[in-house]
Design a protein around this ligand. Structure first.
Ligand code: AMP
Ligand code: ZN
Length: 474
């Protein structure tokens, strides 16, 4: 039996007890990345919090099936269907084809996604795989009178809905209406300002690289249609939870609901989980702003990607989080101290089942209460401080890490075993020793000394012995 689990549902605007359609089983859809650029650490925050949601549900006894799309076509520079396709712009910027861009940035995305301890979705589907499904849904929407053709494009007719702004209060609705009116590039084909494109044809964007045949001419899909179709393709006509960042609420998720429920004639998804943004001092992090700070860049700078995850877990997913290197340095210090404490625990001995159950209950309550990750971490610290034997503490650390995914035991073991030399570092050291030997042979002692210093700065000490040059990590 699964335990009770609550989180904030953007649709009902309150923290609600989660009740899936099939007891114990959760079908989940998450909007994937638009692969025209690197995913920045803000995007990765969103995927970390979704990962925690999945693992917290699993910790509470649920079985989760998760599907994610990869947006490799149709996402225009503005979410309101204006501007250039982001993928086409990416391809132009890098003098590559759209498919090359998609492959490169999908791989880069998953490298960073994995590095922060996330579990891969059960199914990942690129939008370009599902054109027949998109065309089918658009045909049904046209048949049912929810869509119309104008100027070569197919539009969704939001005027046909009684409640288009499903997520918004009356005040928010008014603000959004003003926002939509202010959109600079007005599309005169639209019957209503909020109508959105389901299918573009070549009549509008001549330079679109990927095009497909359709009943409305050669063209390509709008952005929103992919999530409805990919979700239904793999999870059926209803899903329990739909996830995304807060910027997805309007227009993307609003439009997903409009088209899905008009197509189905019934409710599509009951629970909507949105995590807030990561900002830097200049404001919201954004891919389109140019230079992006990625998890890989953090790694190159010497940060542990899991320390970044720890940073994210310490604040609540519904609050904006401000990133700075200073803050990450502080969290890295705290993370290392935590690992040190765990490394001091001795293996062996008997686990106190009662104490374990008590703390597991506290941890589960924290994550099942609108994903209170900072409270969950407090429970971890409580365990380390508690009057319990080491075996029980280690068992609890392992148990909590099923959700936290900070590789706590692995880090602690590595610390106890001392620094490890990976093959890349070893190759570098051997090469440096060779270069130094050559310099010495040529009587270039300045270079030889510089190489010794270079190694020292990387924590490697070398000694000249009778058996040759020996090195060690210091
Ligand atoms: P995109 O690749 O732009 O479609 O975004 C991928 C995911 O990252 C989406 O779910 C967005 O809502 C989310 N996202 C975009 N910007 C940020 C940010 N600054 N902080 C956190 N999440 C973000
Ligand atoms: Zn989506």
């Amino acid at each position: 039996m699964a335990n009770t689990f609550s989180f904030y549902n953007t649709l009902s605007r309150k923290v609600e007890e989660f009740v899936p359609e099939v007891p114990g089983k959760v079908s989940m859809y998450t909007c994937g990345p638009t692969v025209y650029h690197f995913a920045h650490i803000g995007n990765i925050r969103t995927y970390i919090m979704q990962d925690v949601l999945i693992k917290a549900l699993e910790y509470s006894g649920y079985e989760v099936k998760r599907v994610m799309n990869i947006t490799d076509v149709g996402h225009l520079a503005s979410d309101a269907d204006t501007g250039e396709d982001k993928m086409v712009a990416g391809a132009k910027r890098e003098h590559k084809t759209v498919m090359e861009i998609a492959k490169f940035y999908t791989d880069a995305f998953f490298k960073d996604f994995d590095a922060v301890g996330n579990k891969r979705p059960d199914i990942t589907e690129p939008a370009t795989n599902c054109i027949p499904e998109f065309i089918h849904m658009i045909e049904v929407l046209l048949e049912k009178g929810f869509a119309y053709v104008a100027g070569g494009n197919v539009y969704f007719d939001t005027g046909k809905l009684d409640n288009y702004y499903v997520f918004s209060s009356e005040v928010e609705k008014e603000q959004l209406q003003v926002g939509v009116r202010d959109d600079v590039e007005e599309d005169l084909n639209k019957k209503n300002k909020t109508d959105f494109v389901l299918w573009f044809t070549k009549s509008k964007f001549e330079d679109q690289a990927l095009k497909w045949d359709s009943p409305w001419g050669v063209g390509y899909p709008g952005w929103h249609i992919e999530c409805s179709c990919i979700s239904m393709k793999h999870l059926g006509n209803t899903i329990d939870i739909h996830c995304g960042g807060v910027d997805n609420i309007f227009p993307h998720h609003t439009n997903e609901i409009a088209q899905s429920e008009s197509y189905l004639g019934s409710t599509w998804c009951k629970y909507w989980f949105h995590s807030n943004h990561l900002n830097d001092r200049a404001g919201k992090m954004s891919k389109s702003k140019g230079a992006v700070l990625t998890v890989s860049v953090l790694k190159e700078k010497g940060y542990d990607p899991l320390a970044y995850r720890f940073f994210c877990l310490q604040s609540h997913y519904r609050k904006p989080l401000e990133f700075s290197f200073e803050a990450l340095d502080n969290v890295t210090g705290a993370f290392n101290k935590l690992i040190n404490k765990i490394a001091e625990l001795k293996e062996g001995g008997e686990v106190d089942a009662k104490a374990k159950e008590k703390y597991e209950g506290e941890f589960r309550d924290a994550v099942a209460n609108d994903l209170n990750t900072s409270m969950a971490i407090t429970v971890l610290y409580d365990v380390l401080k508690a009057d319990m034997n080491d075996a029980t503490k280690l068992a609890l650390v392992e148990s909590f890490d099923r959700v936290l995914s900070l590789d706590l035991i692995g880090h602690a073991k590595a610390l106890s075993e001392g620094p490890k030399v990976d093959s890349e570092l070893e190759a570098y050291i051997l090469d440096a020793i060779d270069r130094r030997a050559k310099a010495k042979k040529e009587k270039d002692f300045a270079t030889a000394d510089a190489i010794r210093d270079e190694l020292l700065s990387k924590g490697v000490e070398i000694k000249d012995t009778r058996e040759g040059v020996k090195w060690q990590l210091i």
